[in-house]
Structures are given as structure tokens and as C-alpha cells.
Design a binder for this molecule. Structure first.
Ligand code: ZN
Length: 212
């Protein structure tokens, strides 16, 4: 079983009191329950991108015989908060947790990057497994999108501040599939064909990690 976590949600912007509420960040502090996410300059929102890519990825994983749990049921609701998302992999006994996002960086930045939690909170073995998951997805994604030219190293980045990764007790990554503020990335991220190609590679990377 795999948990796919489509970042943000369509109703978040209309419910600031809910999504701005503090929740545990996994390192003894707090952060906001959730955020609205970014958008392309033309207004295609990140929450719609992540939802569509998650559905397309789920379809491919299920076709390969992998059970998939999504952290939200639709693209019109609010939340769930990042701590709930982060704990979801352990709650359902998943083999992997994959958070799907699109970045909102400076327009010159292009490419995808995969993020793991560091320093690791879930133990050395889990950190090693998360790194293996990150590399498998990175290797698969390079077939359709270059690695980030503005963040991380060779498509891999590590962060301490992401509750969704910090609180996971199963191998966990976030993937920023592209930069929605970059014209080249925005073009494919706004296209169904582009999202389908990305989902195919994302699924391939997850399947590789699962040894299938
Ligand atoms: Zn995001």
C-alpha cells in the first residue's frame, strides 16, 4: 500500500481560520495546518495540479496491483492539516508516503526536486529507505523533466521544516514536480498530457522502490 498526498486543497483559501491554525511540526514546534499553495501566472492552482497528478498516479499504481490511499477525498474540501497527512502512512501501514506539490519559486527556476526530512526523526533505517525512495523517484522523473536548477543537488533536497515528512513513520518524500512560476514548467503542468506523463514517471519510480 502507498499513500499519495496531493498537496493543499481547493477549499483552503476560503477557510483561513482552519488552515492557519497551528499544528505540531514534528520537531517540538508548530506550523500552519495547511496553506493555499501556489499557482501558475495564468491562475492554474497547485491544488488542482496535485489532485490531478495524484489521481493519474493512483490509476497506474492500482493497475500494477498496488493499493493506494489518498490523504484527501476530493479537490473542493479543506485540509487535512499537514500533521494528519504526515501520520497517514503509519496509520494505514503504507510502504511509502509520497507528497505531491508544485513549487512557486522565482520565474528563472526550472525543474523538479524531491525532498526528504533531515535530520531524520524516524530513525536511521527509515531515513535510508526514504533516501532510496527519493532516488528512485528522481531517477524516474528525469525522463520527463530536468532536475531543479535552483534548489537542492541533482534533484534531491533535504528539509527540517516539513511536518508531513517529519511525522511520517514510513519512508516519505515530497516531490515538487516543477516550478509553476516558470513559463516552461507552467506549460506542461497546465496540460493534461503533461500531468499524465509526470504521473507515469512518478508511478514508475514508486514501483521501482517497491521492487515491482
Ligand atoms: Zn505545495
Amino acid at each position: 500500500m502507498v499513500v499519495l498526498d496531493p498537496g493543499h486543497n481547493g477549499g483552503n483559501a476560503a477557510h483561513p481560520s482552519i488552515i492557519n491554525a497551528p499544528v505540531p511540526d514534528g520537531r517540538g514546534g508548530t506550523k500552519a495546518c495547511n496553506t493555499t499553495g501556489t499557482a501558475t501566472n495564468a491562475g492554474y492552482p497547485e491544488h488542482a495540479f496535485t489532485w490531478d497528478v495524484a489521481l493519474r498516479t493512483r490509476a497506474r499504481l492500482e493497475a500494477a496491483g498496488v493499493r493506494v490511499v489518498l490523504t484527501r477525498p476530493d479537490d473542493v474540501g479543506v485540509g487535512p492539516c499537514v500533521d494528519v497527512r504526515g501520520r497517514s502512512g503509519g496509520r494505514v501501514g503504507a510502504a511509502a508516503f509520497v507528497g505531491i506539490h508544485g513549487d512557486g519559486a522565482a520565474a528563472s527556476g526550472r525543474g523538479f526536486h524531491v525532498i526528504t526530512s533531515s535530520p531524520p526523526l524516524a530513525g536511521t533505517a527509515m531515513a535510508t529507505a526514504s533516501s532510496a525512495l527519493a532516488r528512485a523517484v528522481r531517477d524516474a522523473m528525469t525522463a520527463v523533466e530536468p532536475v531543479s536548477n535552483y534548489l537542492g543537488s541533482d534533484g534531491l533536497d533535504q528539509r527540517s521544516d516539513l511536518a508531513g515528512l517529519n511525522l511520517s513513520t514510513v519512508p516519505a518524500i515530497y516531490i515538487e514536480c516543477g516550478n509553476m512560476r516558470n513559463a516552461t514548467d507552467a506549460a506542461w503542468m497546465s496540460s493534461a498530457a503533461g500531468r499524465d506523463a509526470a504521473a507515469a514517471r512518478l508511478a514508475a519510480g514508486i514501483l521501482r522502490f517497491l521492487g515491482r
